[in-house]
Write a protein that binds this ligand. Structure first.
Ligand code: UT7
Length: 339
């Protein structure tokens, strides 16, 4: 675990200056899933906490959701696509292996003179992308970086596998990173960690260089998400808590100081277990998994939007973001909200 303060602390403070989110209109409810696999609304609600999730129609890709979210963020800030310097897209469901989804988003936005890339961090991708983008702003290399977390999980889910198909949804969120006017707002610190020994518990084995797509890999359903839910669950509760506690402690903060805890939305029981262990105030815990399910890189910006709608984010609010995802990847970041 990286134990030293972030280099960004010695440079310009970086703020999130705008937020935009998008989910496709089509709903997949628990009642719909009851007709597809041997499951029940009661089981899904009790074990995961989801009522419904949004799913794309055929032909809609991750870049389409990302562009909608990005347009909203730019509109909120009152700027155009040519006013940004770089685009980072966190996703595990790029439109295709290459070109990167960032290139496709750049083109669809009509942003000229911009560079960008995709970042693979699974459910931690948004937190990782924010921290990555912030380095360019902190060093003065860029003035505005657009960071997007977007996934079309329905494109890699086996809708005959009840263990995974009830969990995931599609969605996207985008934030703009800019220099903060002063130290009272913006990103404060982060703790990120990866542990590849957990790679075997949540993965998509087919389609990469190890198992290139063939008729056999498709027949064996290797192009779908495979998960050992219990292993992921235990790791998520332990490491998310550990990273958040460590982060709070080294910044002289307690769980009760947090105004908005914005966790990855994978399972309501993971969120509640982490919140309990951190000693968070119940009203500070942001939950929207019931409406969106697990949208992988999309969950944290979507939860930021929920926090805004619930009036829990104001200028200066202390925000704690946290995630655990395939890899394993672990992310935790502290910031003061800027608008
Ligand atoms: O965002 C990426 C990170 N992913 C996560 O954080 C996921 C973490 N894991 C989880 O959220 C949970 O482990 C799951 C929601 C995936 C599964 O919940 P669980 O309480 O761990 O269930 P389980 O796998 O231990 O299965 C318990 C029972 C089994 O039946 P038996 O063997 O006890 O008869 C499963 O077959 O529940 C059964 N089951 C279901 N029953 C109804 C599994 N899925 C379903 C289902 N509907 N959809």
């Amino acid at each position: 675990m990286n134990d030293s303060p972030t280099p960004a602390r010695t440079n310009v403070r970086v703020k999130i200056s705008a937020l935009g989110t998008y989910v496709p209109p089509r709903l997949l409810t628990n009642a719909d899933l009851e007709k597809m696999v041997d499951t029940s609304n009661e089981w899904i609600l009790a074990r995961v906490g989801i009522r419904e999730r949004h799913i794309v129609d055929k032909g809609t890709a991750t870049s389409d959701l990302a562009v909608q979210a990005a347009k909203k963020a730019l509109a909120q800030r009152g700027i155009g696509p040519n006013d940004i310097d770089a685009i980072i897209v966190g996703t595990v469901t790029p439109d295709m292996f290459f070109p990167s989804t960032a290139c496709l988003v750049q083109h669809k936005l009509g942003a000229r003179g911009v560079w960008g890339f995709d970042l693979s961090g699974a459910c931690s991708a948004f937190v990782y992308a924010v921290q990555t983008g912030a380095q360019f702003v902190a060093t003065g290399a860029h003035k505005r970086v657009l960071v997007i977390g977007a996934d079309v999980m329905s494109s890699i889910i086996d809708y005959t596998d009840r263990a995974t198909c009830v969990i995931f949804g599609d969605g996207a969120g985008a934030v703009l990173l800019e220099p903060a006017e002063d130290d009272s707002i913006g990103l404060i610190d982060f703790i990120h960690e990866v542990d590849g020994s957990g790679g075997c518990f949540l993965y998509m084995p087919g389609g990469g260089s190890l198992n290139p797509s063939t008729r056999e890999t498709v027949d064996q359903k290797m192009h779908y998400v495979h998960q050992d839910g219990q292993q992921v669950f235990k790791f998520a509760v332990r490491k998310q808590t550990e990273a958040c506690l460590h982060l709070l402690e080294r910044n002289g903060l307690k769980g009760s100081d947090v105004d908005a805890f914005i966790p990855h939305q994978a399972n309501l029981r993971i969120i509640n277990a982490t919140a309990d262990r951190l000693g968070l105030r119940p009203e500070s815990v942001i939950v929207n998994i019931d409406r969106f399910g697990n949208t992988t890189a999309g969950t944290i910006p979507l939860a930021m939007n929920t926090a805004m709608q619930e009036g829990k984010l104001k200028k200066g609010s202390l925000v704690l973001m946290a995630s655990v995802g395939a890899g394993f990847t672990v992310g935790a970041a502290l910031l003061r909200w800027a608008f």
